[in-house]
Design a protein around this ligand. Structure first.
Ligand code: GLC
Ligand code: MN
Length: 344
């Protein structure tokens, strides 16, 4: 299949997706419903689905696998969009990584993070993501919150100084991805505001390296408006990456196809990204549902991409002067009607 290109768009026009998007269909209540596709074999599948930028965790593409992954990406016309250390899969991180109460685990996490910086560079990705996976608590007083915050500041500072010392201006940039809950009952860095506050507490020298990776489903799980979360990142100059999907209100994390649940809000998001001249990758973090068959595993990418292309084109046709007029007269109901007309 041809590459899916979001045009006209400033900067990177290809779309991104994670190798983990094409999983075997496990959920907390049941095992796989499909054959597990070896991670490196997912590279051609992502290429076939029209993806340009792939994303992976260190437990999916390790330092040892990096040269082979690079070869495959080259052969299939793919680039590494983002790389991320998994601070959640290994049982050692059962109580968090940087915020674990066990100093040996914190050391291990930092070691993995520094290693991931090197692999990010080796794979040619410009962005490394930190998702707050198991940083948090299920029981009150299980952790001292102030200590946990200090440990995150120390951890991110150490990562930033390492990257700056080793790669200088060529250092990857770090995008912290907030989520309110799941797998922990309460997660640190649960929303964009918390992440921005954490960044404000980092050493001045490394602050410019740190930004945010807001994800649609994570904002909506928290009952927050995703567009405002994105606007807040933009205002702070901290929108470093983006994870697009959709979500039925405040339930468990669903990673549904982009554009499915709240297309009108997703249209508005496209308008805001266009007006902000967003140059980064438009990346999906979607999960092939366990009901989809092996041969249909990429349907979620096709559906997300088609929705994004349609919404992006419709957003370009939204009359900005009309929007300004509705704002000036505070005719917000009429504005909602106009957006609906643009959509349907
Ligand atoms: C996990 C999370 C996802 C995050 C990714 C990168 O797969 O579910 O939201 O983007 O890790 O760390
Ligand atoms: Mn994500």
């Amino acid at each position: 299949m041809q590459k899916i290109i979001i045009a006209p768009k400033k900067g990177k026009q290809g779309i991104g997706a994670g190798v983990w998007n094409l999983g075997a269909g496990r959920d907390p209540f049941g095992g796989p419903t499909r054959e597990e596709i070896p991670v490196l074999d997912r590279i051609p599948l992502l290429a076939d689905a029209g993806i340009t930028y792939i994303e992976a965790h260190d437990v999916e593409i390790s330092a040892r696998d990096a040269p082979r992954a690079k070869e495959l990406m080259k052969r299939h016309g793919l680039k590494m969009g983002m790389y991320t250390p998994s601070f959640f899969a290994d049982p050692i991180f059962k109580d968090g990584a940087m915020t674990s109460n066990d100093s040996q685990v914190r050391k291990h996490a930092l070691h993995n993070a520094l290693n991931a910086v090197d692999v990010t560079v080796a794979l040619g990705a410009e962005i490394m993501v930190f998702w707050n996976g198991r940083e948090g608590f299920d029981f009150v007083l299980a952790k001292n919150g102030q200590d946990s915050f200090r440990r995150m500041v120390e951890g991110f500072n150490a990562v930033g100084h390492y990257a700056l010392g080793k790669y200088g201006r060529k250092s990857p940039r770090f995008a912290i991805e907030p989520k309110p809950n799941e797998p922990r009952a309460n997660m640190y860095l649960s929303n964009v505001g918390e992440v921005l506050y954490l960044i404000s507490r980092l050493d001045k020298a490394v602050q410019p390296l740190f930004g945010v990776n807001p994800e649609t489903a994570h904002s909506r799980m928290a009952g927050l408006d995703y567009l405002w979360d994105v606007e807040l990142c933009l205002e702070a100059g901290k929108l470093f990456h983006i994870h697009l999907n959709s979500q039925d209100t405040t339930r468990y994390d669903q990673d549904l196809p982009f554009g499915y649940v709240e297309p009108l809000k997703d249209l508005a998001l496209c308008v805001a990204l266009q007006d902000a001249k967003w140059e980064g990758i438009l990346a999906f973090d979607v999960k092939a549902p366990r009901t989809d068959r092996q041969e249909d595993i990429a349907d979620i990418l096709h559906t997300s991409a088609a929705n994004l292309q349609r919404l992006w084109a419709k957003a370009a046709r939204v009359d900005r002067k009309k929007v300004a007029g509705f704002r000036a007269t505070q005719r917000y109901t009429a504005l909602a009607g106009y957006l609906a007309k643009c959509l349907y």
